[in-house]
Design a binder for this molecule. Structure first.
Ligand code: M6R
Length: 613
């Protein structure tokens, strides 16, 4: 999940590399670095800094190296602590070859032992450094494509790296296996990056490196090879993303801005889905007849997207009256796989790059089963590698903690469940339209509730609740996966310890944790039966003097009477209860983290796009 960028061209590289890195900082912000071949001496120069990109900017002001060929990196640590020495780029013994890398080289220990026995000296604890030393060793004896192919064949794992060096001073080398890497084709200049966003707006043409290939990128052109050293045809596409630079727009954090962008995001997602009403199966790579015969859907996701999938499961089962199975991407890949008929696999991913989810898609695809991705990023690897796709229109999400991606995923899943039911003849066109109206109503409520409670959260509730270090989150039925999402949000941005349980499980053990230093949040539902059960669960807490904060719906007085504090949400379609509560829940945890002074947009240890397993 590190960010890799490179440049070769008539201009000096540093300005692009730094701009590209700032766009890719969502991939990691433990440290950053820049290396170039000096424009006068052609010697390799390298500057690195621990911490966020701004530290590298400052370091480069003191050592303003630059050249027409350069690479840069923003790191999310996998191997080796966060430190200056472990920051990329890494160099070989002669300090003439430099590498930036995203992914994991799984056999780095064996390679390191072998290289050390041959006399190479390592400086860092990273897996990446072996690549620099391999380049040092091999390029002495064979042609550049042969050398690179031989290096690539030795490396195990999923990786994307970029390399420059004095022995091949007119080129940036770009090598890809598993992890994404692309090349922006400019006029007399070429860009290399982990994500097309890095050079969006600077060129219209992009080459997504096919898996297990490498490119020798020169100012005048690009040569593509497979790992056997055979030349491959270069296929370019138009760049389809743009970089929006409207900043925080007056908000203190991107997360807050994005919380308030949700209503528009849901509107935009729904307009897009309505616009593909008639062609949706084609876009999902399916025939209408297959949809009519569908017997089940499997949903795959990680983190927040997994929570969206779990809520989506209720949509599919309740609206389409067929089973939906939800799998957690990081687990599914290593479980036995049973191919089912009349089923398809829907991967849900904001970024479309999450390695756990992408690897599941690849696994499913190898079995011949049908794959579809629901993502916010049309240019993502998942869109390119699955049989079909659907988009959310949340707009660029910058804050690491997902907000508008989640609510637009819920909106898209709700629409999809209704669209499948319509195709199967289970609902009418009128009912489909009403479902869309319910979605828009929920989006309205999502925003209005924040406004309603804004002042009391900011002035009283967040300062009060910020003192607690431990929390219990409870939900039941459709509000359980929502409670999981709420507890994840609190953990990510405030670092408070939050444990989430299905409310009915409380009495089976976690009730031992009920105490006055651990607030318990209950998320209610609009299902009358589940609501009654939740009242009993709330009573179990109160009987032990627990502190209850309740998210309930209007009229749920019996439950509300048990609350120490409460948020009351207007009625919506029962399946859309979680969506209606989303904004308020996010705003509440955001304000707690803000009181605590946490770095909300870039929480410690996290990265936005998790492209390693
Ligand atoms: O891009 P994806 O939706 O595939 O990302 C999945 C998770 O990594 C992501 O949702 C993560 O849990 C977020 N930090 C949640 O806020």
């Amino acid at each position: 999940m590190c960010g890799v960028v490179g440049y070769v061209g008539t201009k000096l590289s540093r300005s692009f590399v730094m701009k590209g890195l700032s766009r890719l900082e969502y991939r990691g912000y433990d440290s950053a670095g820049f290396a170039c071949l000096d424009s006068v001496s052609n010697r390799l120069m390298c500057v690195k800094a621990k911490g966020q990109l701004v530290n590298l900017t400052n370091a480069l002001e003191e050592s303003p190296v630059d050249g027409h060929i350069g690479i840069g990196h923003t790191r999310w640590s996998t191997h080796g602590v966060v430190s200056h020495v472990n920051a990329h780029p890494h160099v070989d013994c002669t300090e003439t070859i430099s590498v930036v890398h995203n992914g994991i080289i799984e056999n780095h220990t064996q390679l390191r032992v072998q290289l050390e026995s041959e006399g190479h000296c390592f400086r860092s604890q990273t897996d990446t450094e072996v690549v620099a030393h391999l380049f040092e060793q091999i390029t002495k004896n064979s042609s550049l494509p042969e050398s690179i192919a031989a290096i690539a064949r030795q490396l195990e794992g999923a990786f994307a790296f970029s390399c420059i060096g004095e022995p091949f001073s007119d080129a940036v080398i770009a090598v890809r296996k598993g992890s994404p890497l692309c090349i922006g084709m400019g006029s007399q200049e070429m860009f290399v990056a982990s994500d097309v966003l890095a050079f969006a707006g600077m060129t219209d043409e992009v080459v997504y490196l096919p898996d297990e290939t490498f490119a020798i990128v020169r100012q005048s052109g690009v040569e593509l090879y497979d790992f056997n050293g055979n030349k491959r045809e270069l296929k370019s596409e138009r760049v389809q993303v743009s970089w929006s630079d409207d900043g925080k727009n007056g908000y203190e954090h991107f997360m807050l801005k994005e919380i308030f962008e949700q209503k528009n995001g849901i509107h935009a997602t729904l307009s897009y889905l309505k616009s593909i009403h008639d062609t949706v199966w084609q876009q999902m790579g399916m025939a209408a007849d297959d949809v009519k015969k569908l017997g089940a859907i499997s949903l795959i996701g990680a983190g927040t997207s997994w929570h969206a999938a779990r809520i989506g499961q209720f949509f599919i089962e309740e609206i389409c009256k067929m089973p939906a199975r939800v799998v957690l991407a990081s687990e599914f890949r290593y479980m036995p796989f049973f191919k089912e008929e009349r089923n398809f696999y829907l991967a849900i991913s904001q970024s479309g790059e999450t390695a756990d989810t992408l690897e599941c898609l690849r696994l499913v695809e190898r079995t011949g089963a049908h794959t579809v991705v629901l993502t916010n990023v049309p240019s993502s690897s998942m869109v390119r590698e699955s049989n079909g796709f659907l988009l959310t229109k949340a707009g660029q999400e910058i804050s690491v903690a997902s907000t508008k991606a989640f609510s637009t995923q819920l909106a898209a899943l709700f629409w999809l469940a209704n669209r499948i039911a319509l195709e199967k003849g289970m609902i009418t066109v009128d009912q489909m339209e009403r479902a869309c109206d319910h979605l828009l109503m929920s989006a309205e409520i999502l925003e209005n509730c924040i406004e309603k409670y804004r002042k009391s959260i900011v002035d009283q509730l967040a300062p009060y609740y910020a003192q607690f270090k431990k929390w219990i989150f409870l939900g039941r039925h459709i509000s359980y996966p929502f409670a999981l999402e709420a507890s994840l949000k609190l953990k990510e941005i405030s670092y408070a310890f939050a444990q989430c349980y299905p409310a009915g499980e409380l009495k089976h053990g976690p009730i031992a944790l009920v105490s006055d230093d651990t607030p318990i949040i209950i998320f209610s539902t609009l299902d009358p039966l589940i609501y009654q059960k939740l009242i009993s669960n709330a009573q179990e807490v109160k009987a032990r003097q627990g502190h209850l904060l309740i998210f309930a719906f209007e009229g749920q007085t019996e439950l509300l009477k048990l609350a120490d504090n409460a948020f009351i949400i207007p009625h919506v379609d029962p399946l859309l209860g979680p969506l209606a509560m989303t904004g308020l829940m996010q705003f509440f945890v955001y304000q707690i983290a803000n009181v605590l002074g946490c770095p909300i947009d870039k929480p410690r240890n996290l990265a936005k796009s998790v492209t390693v397993e």
